[in-house]
Design a protein around this ligand. Structure first.
Ligand SMILES: Cc1cc2nc3c(=O)[nH]c(=O)nc-3n(C[C@H](O)[C@H](O)[C@H](O)COP(=O)(O)OP(=O)(O)OC[C@H]3O[C@@H](n4cnc5c(N)ncnc54)[C@H](O)[C@@H]3O)c2cc1C
Ligand SMILES: *[C@@H]1O[C@H](CO)[C@@H](O)[C@H](O)[C@H]1NC(C)=O
Ligand SMILES: *[C@@H]1O[C@H](CO)[C@@H](O)[C@H](O)[C@H]1NC(C)=O
Ligand SMILES: *[C@@H]1O[C@H](CO)[C@@H](O)[C@H](O)[C@H]1NC(C)=O
Ligand SMILES: *[C@@H]1O[C@H](CO)[C@@H](O)[C@H](O)[C@H]1NC(C)=O
Length: 593
């Protein structure tokens, strides 16, 4: 008995050393050498962790600055309707702020980014849109790699996600096209709870030719009005942590280290003139001890559009003058690192409505909201099971004969790509700057410029990795974006002027009363603009990374996250991020075959 027991515990100990684990402090690491070290367990990083560890012969470490997505306090990142409570300024968020925006009355704006397993996919608004075929074809052209075209990405589009029944189990016939959906781990669905505005939104598509119904905007042609698909299944948020990371944590070859921030990449050698960076330094706080891990194959940066360029600059890869000014030794002078940040600005346009059945009642009536929470806790159905910001989404172009095109080139990726989006909210949807009314019924359209020309940056503020970088999305620094926003507002107003809405709309909410002239729209936009939280382009293909996402002028490092897009896709950016991460995993596997 005794010897058997002793052998058994030895076997257990041995297994423990080899089993993959969620580690909460660098002192728990049992090795510092891995095949791959991934920085960031976010949207892209979790896909890579899962796909690379499919090969039992490789060992992967993921270093994540944030917390676990699990825990007794995680209701606001599980309950779909609570998505607006997941950020900013929560324990799941980096709590960044932009620099003052000259076009927004010199105000700074909150700039949420997920700091949690799953990254921004754990705190986002769950809208699932892939963008246009043109978006990917333009990426492929810039990358000089046909593998990035929509057609050639098709296997990855089907590989990462699938569409499942919505929480209310309603008949979804005609609400999406099954042919465009695969059998991947990320589960999506159309609206899981009806909104009173649903028939009105659809009604307009039947009476106004400029707003055609599109059965599935995720087919490569997003133009028109569609049922919105969301990363929600079983009435619960789906994220890359839930879909990819946790299932992979059952494998013995994956270690995920949370509460630990990468502070820089370390040069480990040189091949000819090319510096090699295969080590990552990390720490749990500004004055905590520094630890290191080294990759036998490569380091993969998946720290997102803010974290990735910040880390490159901290490692001496960036603009020599800017780095020298902060006392950082430049190893690779690349002035494009952190520059060209592109994001989607949005404004909320609310109307007062005759109905008392909009979601607003949940905010005013404690009994109703308690009943809704009770229902969600019971079986994950009811109003809390659905996306709070939209059941429908529209992607539209400004017509070719509009005067705008006499003076400006078309900034979209191609003829099937939108200039702006309008999304339909069944309540008073707003940004942090606006006071929410305490009674009444409302509906909201959120016009978003999805083909922006404005560019900004992510630059270091100091050489301390724990200091937030300077973030400038440069909203409306290019006048074309404001011209597009004006057209988007006018289209939104035409939408609710169709006869479908005649017994429903009382009038524009008082704050937007002046949006009847271009000057009034500009004034309103300067007051009300917020980020749609779609930063991209800060480590973009062609300027910072090559077509295969390896970093230019160094070896040992690849970047896989939303920072690589040379143009922000005309979409909410999570699906494009999942898609490029799936292909990147195959590129990496092939590189070491
Ligand atoms: C509030 C919000 C709402 C959004 N709504 C939508 C939406 O409805 N639909 C949609 O499609 N998109 C939405 N987005 C955008 C979308 O979620 C992102 O584009 C996408 O998730 C980006 O993925 P990523 O892998 O590039 O970065 P992330 O998912 O942000 O992952 C980066 C990870 O790296 C970690 N990290 C950063 N720096 C370090 C470091 N130095 N060391 C260690 N770890 C580090 C971060 O903590 C994070 O976990 C939203 C985003 C936010 C923040
Ligand atoms: C977020 O930042 C704001 C201002 O920058 C600060 O007042 C607030 O305390 C921060 N919140 C958290 C949770 O860190
Ligand atoms: C959905 O929930 C049901 C019951 O709550 C459970 O049996 C099922 O496994 C869940 N499905 C998914 C995909 O999580
Ligand atoms: C809406 O008004 C109707 C008629 O007055 C009433 O029966 C119903 O209970 C109200 N619904 C809500 C959610 O307040
Ligand atoms: C509308 O414009 C007038 C004149 O510029 C201004 O005084 C007023 O504050 C504006 N109203 C709103 C709601 O912005």
């Amino acid at each position: 008995m005794f010897p058997t027991f002793s052998l058994f515990s030895l076997a257990l100990l041995a297994a423990k050393g080899a089993i993959g684990a969620l580690l909460t402090d660098p002192t728990q690491l049992t090795t510092t050498t891995y095949d791959y070290v991934i920085v960031g367990a976010g949207t892209a990083g979790s896909v890579l962790a899962a796909r690379l560890t499919e090969d039992a012969h490789v060992r992967v470490l993921v270093v994540e600055a944030g917390r676990s997505n699990e825990g007794p306090d995680n209701a606001n990142i599980r309950i779909p309707f609570n998505a607006p409570l997941a950020s900013p300024g929560t324990s799941f968020d980096w709590n960044f702020t932009t620099v003052d925006q000259p076009s927004l009355n010199n105000e700074p704006e909150p700039y949420p980014r997920g700091k949690v397993l799953g990254g921004s996919s754990s705190i986002n608004y769950m809208v699932y849109t892939r963008g246009s075929a043109d978006d990917y074809d333009r990426l492929a052209a810039i990358a000089g790699d046909d593998g990035w075209t929509w057609e050639n990405l098709h296997p990855y589009i089907l590989k990462h996600s699938s569409i499942v029944a919505p929480a209310d189990g309603h008949d979804t016939t005609g609400e999406f096209d099954p042919a465009w959906h695969g059998n991947g781990p990320l589960l999506t669905s159309v609206a899981g709870y009806p909104a009173v505005i649903d028939p009105l939104v659809i009604g307009t598509t039947q009476e106004a030719a400029e707003f055609p119904y599109n059965v599935d905007g995720n087919s490569g042609n997003p133009l028109g009005i569609s049922w919105a698909q969301s990363t929600i299944a079983n009435g619960t948020r789906q994220s890359s942590a839930i879909a990819y990371l946790w299932p992979a944590l059952n494998r013995p070859n994956l270690d995920v280290l949370i509460h630990t921030q990468a502070t820089r990449l370390i040069q480990t050698g040189r091949t000819g003139a090319t510096p090699i960076f295969r080590s990552v330094e990390f720490a749990t706080g500004p004055s905590a001890p520094r630890f290191r891990a080294t990759a036998r194959r490569e380091v993969i940066l998946s720290a997102g559009s803010v974290g990735t360029p910040q880390l490159l600059q901290l490692s001496g890869i960036g603009n020599r003058d800017a780095l020298s000014a902060l006392g950082i030794n430049t190893i690779v002078n690349n002035p494009d690192v952190g520059e060209h940040l592109q994001d989607h600005p949005f404004i909320p346009l609310q109307w007062e409505v005759t109905s008392n059945e909009t979601f607003d009642q949940l905010f005013y009536n404690a009994d109703l909201s308690a009943a809704a929470l009770n229902q969600w806790n019971t079986d994950h159905t009811g109003p809390l099971s659905t996306n709070p910001v939209m059941n429908h989404i529209g992607f539209l172009r400004i017509p070719d004969d509009n005067a705008i095109w006499q003076e400006n080139e078309d900034p979209s990726a191609g003829p099937n790509s939108p200039h702006y989006e309008i999304a339909f909210g069944n309540c008073f949807v707003t940004t942090s700057a606006q006071t929410v009314p305490s009674s009444g019924g409302f509906m909201t359209i959120t016009p978003i410029v999805v083909s922006p020309s404005s560019r900004g940056y992510v630059r270091l503020s100091t050489s301390n990795p724990f200091d937030a970088p300077l973030i400038d999305p440069g909203f409306f620094s290019d006048d074309l974006d404001m011209a597009i926003m004006i057209e988007a507002v006018k289209a939104s107003q035409r939408y609710v002027a169709t006869s479908s809405w005649s017994n429903f709309i009382i009038g524009p909410y008082i704050d937007s009363a002046n949006t009847t002239t271009p000057e009034g729209i500009i004034e309103y936009t300067r007051q009300r603009t917020a980020t749609t939280r779609h930063p991209t382009g800060t480590a973009q293909v062609g300027k910072v990374v090559n077509g295969d996402l390896t970093v230019k002028d160094i070896s040992g490092v690849r970047i896989v996250d939303a920072s690589i897009f040379p143009h922000v896709p005309s979409a909410h950016t999570q699906a494009p991020t999942y898609i490029i991460a799936e292909r990147a995993a195959d590129l990496i596997k092939a590189a070491y075959h």
